[in-house]
Ligand binder design. Structure first.
Ligand SMILES: [Fe+2]
Ligand SMILES: [Fe+2]
Length: 363
């Protein structure tokens, strides 16, 4: 147990920061969400304009300005409702990790994971308040949003899959090891949302606070991920875990993605339908968008976001302890294949990854 405590020592530092932040959770999240007035949105956006689904496509130009704004706001609602569900799924697994930690003597890690669950619960609550108000403003309901977002049940499978693997293995190391990819994805989209020039200031303030909490969660997942891999007992286990991680990371997308699943496709199509586009037109628009028929290259922000994600995942792979060079090359290859457009953008056009300055609390 002594070596375990030493290995996870960085958790103590993260919890000290969290101890300060936890006192202000209500003030940083729920109160501004409750004060948010969707009828005062005006022309303010809620999502990066260039990351709005179908941005720049022929169907986008057929939409009126009001409908473009609706699609931008629905992209926010779908993205953050998915985030809320994913954070609830993470809570289920983090609390299972808390149970394990308390039983096995990793008290520090256990209490940090429990603290993350407290933070995520407040995030979820604030997001639901915001999303509810935006939908209400348009005469839509959460049921309308959920009906369009057919990819949500993936979160249930995520919890079931990791619980099953955890039960079979006797630990949650595989969960710890793989969750970093979700953090990078969330960070990329959220930091672009905060940086959107015409972002609604009230929502921006809440998302800024979220990005600060999540930066700490990401440090935790990066640190624990590498420790968890080292703790796997055999090279075969580690290689299997690496194989799984590479395919998981390759399936996570920012913007349009060649490996979009059928569920992602239906979610995009049905969200476009909520903007008044007919099913067949929406299906056609989706295929043309995904297959880069009209826009070979992504808008600059999306391209930089995809390059950022790819670089972060590759640097995580490079840092993995106890993994051979051949496996690392395989892992990079899997992710680069799914993010081929980002590789091409870097090689041929010198595309740069997004750069993020460190965020500090202002409120
Ligand atoms: Fe969160
Ligand atoms: Fe988080």
């Amino acid at each position: 147990m002594a070596s375990t405590a030493a290995t996870f020592d960085f958790t103590k530092r993260l919890r000290q920061v969290s101890d300060r932040d936890v006192e202000n959770l209500r003030e940083n999240f729920l109160e501004p969400a409750l004060a948010f007035d969707a009828s005062a949105l005006g022309n303010n956006r809620l999502f990066p304009w260039e990351m709005t689904w179908f941005y720049g496509e022929p169907i986008w130009h057929e939409l009126s300005e009001d409908k473009q704004l609706l699609l931008n706001r629905l992209s926010f609602c779908q993205s953050y409702y998915s985030t809320a569900v994913a954070e609830a799924a993470t809570n289920a697994l983090n609390y299972a990790a808390t149970v394990d930690g308390l039983i096995e003597g990793d008290t520090e890690v256990a209490m940090y994971m429990a603290r993350e669950a407290v933070e995520e619960t407040m995030h979820i609550q604030a997001f639901l308040v915001l999303i509810g108000k935006v939908l209400d403003h348009y005469g839509l309901t959460l049921d309308d949003l959920r009906a369009a977002n057919v990819s949500l049940p993936m979160a249930r499978r995520f919890v079931q899959g990791h619980s099953l693997v955890g039960w079979l293995r006797g630990d949650l190391n595989y969960y710890y090891f793989t969750r970093f990819a979700l953090n990078v994805n969330q960070k990329t989209v959220e930091r672009c949302t905060i940086a959107e020039p015409e972002m609604d200031p009230a929502v921006r303030a809440i998302l800024r606070n979220h990005a600060i909490d999540e930066a700490r969660h990401m440090q935790m997942s990066r640190g624990t991920g590498k420790v968890a891999l080292e703790r796997m007992k055999s090279a075969t286990m580690r290689n299997l875990a690496c194989f799984g991680f590479a395919h998981f990371a390759a399936s996570i997308y920012i913007g349009r993605h060649g490996r979009d699943s059928a569920l992602a496709r239906r979610t995009r199509v049905r969200t476009l339908e909520l903007c008044g586009v007919g099913r067949q037109d929406a299906e056609r628009a989706y295929v043309a968008w995904r297959d880069r028929v009209h826009q070979m290259e992504d808008p600059p922000l999306v391209e930089a976001g995809r390059v950022y994600y790819l670089k972060q995942i590759c640097s995580y792979i490079d840092e993995l302890p106890g993994v051979g060079q051949r496996m690392k090359a395989y892992m990079r290859g899997v992710v680069e294949k799914a993010y081929h457009d980002a590789v091409v953008a870097m090689d041929r056009r010198g595309a740069k990854a997004l750069e993020f300055a460190e965020l500090k609390r202002t409120a």
